[in-house]
Every structure is written in structure tokens, then in C-alpha cells.
Design a binder for this molecule. Structure first.
Ligand code: CLF
Ligand code: SF4
Length: 478
């Protein structure tokens, strides 16, 4: 199919001029979950946060500064000693920074990547097990880069102690990782907890952790700080239990729930990796997320970032900004330029929204058959990446009128310096085997044939994701 293009080109994602430009677009609803009422003020608070807003993650970047090496608990899925630049999972980091080095890095990156909107501290240990370093870093950033949002991710053990400090520093987004509300289940995840100079093993420690997590969640709500809860889905351990976690965190006032798959492999050296504990399949994960998405907003676009991640959520540019590479870069903070770039993004988002509404009107089909489609995108809410250049495919569920983001599938690059890798192509096809189409800017003849043979229709376009997806759906149901 050759869909008409909306002509939208993201201000931050450039593409060769061959990209055409014409008509209209649509399907709104790429919201990450069931419709949850949100007032204008709340929308504004999350509008540029790439994790709290699925829509924002196409346009705005985040970075993590790894200033917090110590941790006060042990999770059976964590081994912070392991580091590989190609590995992207929480806890993993190439180098730890001092608060001063971290603040310098933020200024350098904020000028090089002006769409940076959020700085988070997420490890490599627990930020609140390293309170001086964490809060000093936030203070330095707030002083020199006042327009950047501050974000914190913690296991929650020390959260009740630091609510006032968090509020005082204007940290408006806090994540707690809550994997259980039943300590019996928690005992299969946490072998020990170190609380106030004492180590508690087994269920005794898990009880303290659970109490502090719930206390912290409630205190965040009372302090009007937005709280996201991350939960790691561990098949056979807490997968059946997470709906109960979802229910309880809702009652305690969490804003968003992010259920992530366990990442587990023997070479990570974690307890779960070494004991052969598997992670969930994409369909198991989606089923659980769907089950929990009743009244609460679910996050489905998490990329399980490294503790030193930099860039849009789907990309990791951390290796471009190592200590050695930025040591001599000047820390110049051009607030005016950043504001100009953000204004450009907002203008583009408005146009994108209008285009989506038009398509929604034009595509209100009665046919509600749901299908999955995979999308190659470099951001901007557009189909704008070549098949061979994709390191991940975003997966959308499409019916006659709605296009809903449901997850992403990481893959190896197919195009290796001008030629395609046969084995890689097979893996990519396996990764998106449940999709009826793959929407790409371009695809070569070889992969095109193999995709078609596997029942996945390659669709070439350069346009708004929702528009291309809805047009394919219309054609598919015919
Ligand atoms: Fe970082 Fe986390 Fe803040 Fe985002 S990440 S501290 S809320 S700025 Fe985002 Fe990364 Fe998922 Fe975290 S994609 S792992 S949810
Ligand atoms: Fe690792 Fe984070 Fe668990 Fe600490 S809380 S053990 S850093 S995953």
C-alpha cells in the first residue's frame, strides 16, 4: 500500500528529502492504557516527561546520572558488577560520577541534546541509600539548569525518611519498584534488607521493605508528588500476584504502573540468571498489563534503561558522553536555545495531534478486529526508519479506529555496513511474528520477500504512525 503522507516532519528527526508530504492522519489513542481522567494541570506536569507520558517519549529525551553506587537491599535479579555497553537494563553502568561530574555532564548533554527534558537518578544502586550524593547532585542541577525536571527511582526502603527533602528540591516524579505486597512472595525475590545499620534476612527483611514502600507511597501522595510504580514480572514467582499489587498501589495513590519483564540470563551472574529463572514472553507480559489496565494508567513503553542512559527512550547514547569524552567540553547552558527547541517540538506535536484527529474521523470503521503491527521509528511519532536500521520495533494494537501502543521488541541490526545478515533477519521475523505488518520507511527486496512469506506485510511509508497503521488495518480487513 502507498498511504498518502501528512507531510509532518519532526523538528528533531531529519529524513532524506524523498520523504513525501501530503494529506491527513489520525487515530488518537496511542495512550498507554485505558482512558484515565486527567485534569489539565496534571497533563501539564507530565507533558514533557518521556516516561510518564507515552506521547512525550516520541519527542523528549531523558538522561540518568550514575551517582549512587550503594544499595541497601538485594534483589535476586540484580548484579551491579556486570557491565556491557551494549547491555541495557537497570543497575548496569559504565562509570560512577561525583555530584559535580554529574552536574557538568547534564549541562553538556542539555546543550548537545536540547530535547532533554528530564534528569533521573536511578542507580546503579539505590539513590536513597546514597542520600548525600543524590541530593547534592539534584541541588547542583536545579541551580544551573532550572528548566529540567528532576526524577528519582528507588526501592522505597528509605523513602519515608526523605519525603520532605524530595519535596523541598521540587522533585516532582518518583518511582518506587514494588514487586509484591505479600512478604511470603517477597522472600522469593529479596534475600536480605539492610535497614538502619542492621541486616535482616528472609521474610523479616521483606516485611520492613513492604511497610516502608507503602508508607513512602502514601507520603508521596500526601505531598502531591507524582509516583510511578515499577514491578518486575517474574513468571512463577509474582506474575499471579501483580494484579493484587496493582490494586493496592491504586488505593495508595500511585499515578502510573509499569510492569516490566524480568531480564535474566546466566551470564548476568544474578541469582535468577544462575538458577534458570526465565522472563515472561511478550504475550504473557501484555496479557498481565491488559489485566491490570482497568482503572489505572499502565506504562508500556519502558525500555528498562541503564543507570547512565542518555537520549530518547528507544536509543542509548551513553557511550558518546563518557567522562573521558566530555572532560573538556564547556558547561554552557543556553536556556533560550532550549526553549526555542521545545517550542518547536510543541508546535510539531500540535500539528501531529490535528493530523491524528483527521485520520480518526476518516477511519471510524465499524470493523473492530484487533491486529498487531510493528513500526520502525526514530521518534517524532512517525514511521521514519529503514527496516535494516531498526534496533527495536514498536508494536501497536490496531482496530478500526484506535491505535494503541502495546510494547516494543528489541532486535539486532539487520543492515551491517551495506549488507543484510541472514540469521539476524530470521530473529527479527521471530520477534515480530505475531504482527500482521511491519511499517517502515524502506525495506530491501530480500527481507521483503522473507517477511511476506512469514505472513508479515511490509508497508513502506513516511508518515504519522497512526495513519499508516489505520490504513493498513482497513486494507487488511478487506
Ligand atoms: Fe529515569 Fe525512571 Fe525517571 Fe524515567 S527511566 S528515573 S522515570 S527518567 Fe523510564 Fe527508563 Fe523505564 Fe525507568 S524508560 S527504566 S520507567
Ligand atoms: Fe539492584 Fe536496584 Fe535491587 Fe538494589 S534495589 S539490588 S540496585 S535492582
Amino acid at each position: 500500500m502507498s498511504p498518502q503522507s501528512t507531510g509532518l516532519v519532526s523538528p528533531l528527526v531529519t529524513e532524506p528529502s524523498s520523504a513525501s508530504a501530503k494529506a491527513k492522519s489520525g487515530g488518537c489513542g496511542c495512550s498507554s492504557s485505558a482512558t484515565v481522567e486527567m485534569d489539565e494541570k496534571l497533563k501539564e506536569r507530565i507533558a514533557t516527561h518521556p516516561c510518564y507520558s507515552e506521547e512525550a517519549h516520541h519527542h523528549y529525551a531523558r538522561m540518568h546520572v550514575a551517582v549512587a553506587p550503594a544499595c541497601n537491599i538485594q534483589c535476586n535479579y540484580c548484579n551491579r558488577k556486570y557491565d556491557c555497553a551494549n547491555e541495557s537494563r537497570p543497575g548496569v553502568v559504565s562509570e560512577v560520577l561525583t555530584p559535580e561530574e554529574a552536574a557538568h555532564k547534564v549541562l553538556v548533554i542539555a546543550s548537545k541534546i536540547p530535547q532533554l527534558s528530564v534528569v533521573g537518578i536511578a542507580g546503579p544502586g539505590d539513590p536513597l541509600a546514597n542520600p548525600e550524593k543524590t541530593f547534592r547532585t539534584f541541588e547542583l542541577i536545579a541551580d544551573s539548569a532550572p528548566d529540567i525536571k528532576l526524577c528519582l527511582s528507588t526501592n522505597g526502603l528509605m523513602l519515608p525518611e526523605y519525603i520532605d527533602k524530595i519535596k523541598q528540591l521540587n522533585i516532582d516524579h518518583v518511582t518506587i519498584t514494588i514487586n509484591m505486597v505479600d512478604p511470603e512472595i517477597g522472600a522469593m525475590i529479596y534475600p536480605w534488607v539492610h535497614y538502619k545499620r542492621k541486616r535482616y534476612r528472609g521474610i523479616e527483611g521483606v516485611r520492613i521493605l513492604h511497610e516502608k514502600q507503602m508508607e513512602g507511597l502514601q507520603a508521596l501522595k500526601e505531598a502531591d508528588i507524582l509516583c510511578k510504580v515499577n514491578s518486575v514480572m517474574i513468571p512463577g514467582v509474582n506474575d499471579q500476584h501483580l494484579p493484587e499489587v496493582n490494586k493496592m498501589i491504586q488505593q495508595y495513590g500511585a499515578f502510573l504502573h509499569n510492569i516490566m519483564p524480568l531480564i535474566s540470563a546466566p551470564e548476568h551472574g544474578t541469582h535468577f540468571g544462575l538458577t534458570g529463572q526465565r522472563g515472561p514472553t511478550p504475550s504473557e507480559l501484555k496479557e498481565l498489563q491488559d489485566k491490570c489496565s482497568g482503572k489505572m494508567k499502565m506504562m508500556r513503553h519502558c525500555r528498562q534503561c541503564r543507570a547512565d542512559a542518555v537520549g530518547l527512550l528507544g536509543e542509548d547514547r551513553s557511550q558518546e558522553f563518557t567522562k573521558a569524552k566530555i572532560a573538556d567540553s564547556p558547561a554552557v547552558y543556553d536556556l533560550e536555545k532550549r526553549q526555542e527547541v521545545h517550542a518547536g517540538i510543541e508546535k510539531f506535536r500540535e500539528e501531529l495531534q490535528l493530523a491524528k484527529q483527521t485520520v480518526e474521523t476518516n477511519h471510524s470503521q465499524s470493523h473492530s478486529q484487533k491486529i498487531l503491527v510493528a513500526v520502525a521509528t526514530k521518534g517524532g511519532g512517525l514511521v521514519n526508519q529503514h527496516f535494516g536500521h531498526a534496533k527495536e520495533f514498536q508494536v501497536y494494537e490496531v482496530d478500526g479506529k484506535e491505535v494503541k501502543y502495546v510494547g516494543h521488541r528489541r532486535v539486532d541490526l539487520y543492515c551491517q555496513g551495506g549488507y543484510g545478515e541472514k540469521a539476524t533477519l530470521e530473529h527479527i521475523i521471530q520477534a515480530i511474528a505475531d504482527c500482521k505488518a511491519v511499517l517502515v520507511a524502506k525495506v530491501g527486496e530480500e527481507p521483503k520477500g522473507k517477511l511476506q512469506a512469514a505472513g508479515i506485510q511490509p508497508v513502506e511509508a513516511y508518515d504519522v504512525i497512526e495513519k499508516v497503521a489505520l490504513e493498513f488495518h482497513a486494507q487488511y480487513v478487506k
